[in-house]
Design a protein around this ligand. Structure first.
Ligand SMILES: C[S@@+](CC[C@H](N)C(=O)[O-])C[C@H]1O[C@@H](n2cnc3c(N)ncnc32)[C@H](O)[C@@H]1O
Length: 288
């Protein structure tokens, strides 16, 4: 018999967006980005720039979304540090986690006040839930980046749970290397980190959580898909959401204000602001 379906299918040309996704997956920089996010970026780049300009536009968008925070060299160094956790003592493990966090642009910015910042976040979230600060909290960290390495400084109440989701497979791999060695005796179960696109329904809606955090992520999501912030807030089932945005540009040169964007995301998502504060280059809004 001639023309077996499998070989015929193999010869069929790919649709332009699939072709672009293949091209992005073949790059060293973006090969580990979640396919759902690659497809979204590819469709937008094709719509805005046509086939000729799409690859460049897609790479630019992915750089803004994920690449800008952890370059290839920092990623390799972070992997070496994360691998050393297995043989390090308790004090050395904390140093190694700090060294990893310093390699990621958005984590590094909050390091000088990381404990104080999380303390205010959990206090405000507990107030918004109407429970004491010492009550266990199930946290969903959306677009978590390398925040799992900050677990030793998060000060989660005893009996709490933590799950991070990120579209960048590199940070998920790094976090998974480290999770068995992070000193978080307060948690009621091992912390979890998974690869996912928070713009797709299951990542935001999965499981039961008390607090969903979206730290320094909404502005880039909005640039990729206008309205994505409100959509994400609406699809998030947790009773309390914590949104933060950077108050300065990555290089530190420009003062940024994202208050309107957050207000719109909360209004579209049917939430009301319960608290707002600024700390360590970050404006934080807690809403219910
Ligand atoms: C500025 S970093 C913030 C990381 C962390 N939340 C923090 O505050 O340190 C943005 C993160 O969002 C992730 N990201 C971007 N778009 C995403 C998407 N659609 N789904 C999941 N993660 C995404 C990137 O991979 C990156 O780790």
């Amino acid at each position: 018999m001639s023309g077996e379906p499998s070989s015929a299918a193999a010869r069929e040309p790919l649709a332009p967006d699939q072709e672009l996704v293949r091209a992005l997956q073949a790059t060293r920089k973006y090969g580990r980005v979640h396919p759902g996010l690659l497809a979204r970026v590819a469709r937008r780049a094709l719509a805005g720039h046509g086939r000729r300009g799409a690859l460049k536009a897609a790479k630019r968008a992915l750089h803004e979304l994920a690449g800008a925070f952890l370059d290839a060299d920092s990623c390799r160094r972070a992997e070496r540090l994360a691998r050393s956790l297995a043989t390090a003592g308790a004090e050395r493990r904390r140093e190694l986690c700090l060294a990893v966090l310093r390699l990621h642009a958005s984590s590094a910015e909050r390091l000088p006040a990381v404990e104080a910042l999380y303390e205010r976040v959990w206090q405000a979230a507990a107030d918004a839930r109407g429970v004491p600060r010492s009550a266990p909290v199930r946290v969903l960290d959306l677009a978590c980046g390398l925040s799992p390495f900050a677990l030793p400084w998060m000060g989660l109440a005893p009996g709490s749970a933590y799950r991070g989701v990120d579209a960048d497979g590199r940070v998920v791999d790094l976090a998974r290397l480290a999770l068995p060695f992070l000193a978080v005796p307060a948690l009621n179960a091992p912390p979890q980190v998974e690869a996912g696109d928070v713009l797709e329904p299951p990542a935001a809606a999965c499981g039961r959580f008390d607090v969903a955090v979206m730290l320094k992520t909404l502005p880039t999501l909005e640039r990729l898909a206008p309205g994505a912030g409100g959509d994400l807030v609406r699809r998030t089932a947790a009773p309390v959401v914590v949104i933060s945005t950077a108050t300065g540009s990555l290089g530190g040169g420009r003062r940024l204000r994202h208050d309107e964007l957050i207000e719109r995301a909360l209004a579209d998502g049917g939430r009301r602001q319960a608290a707002r504060f600024e700390m360590a280059g970050e404006a934080v809004v807690v809403a219910r």
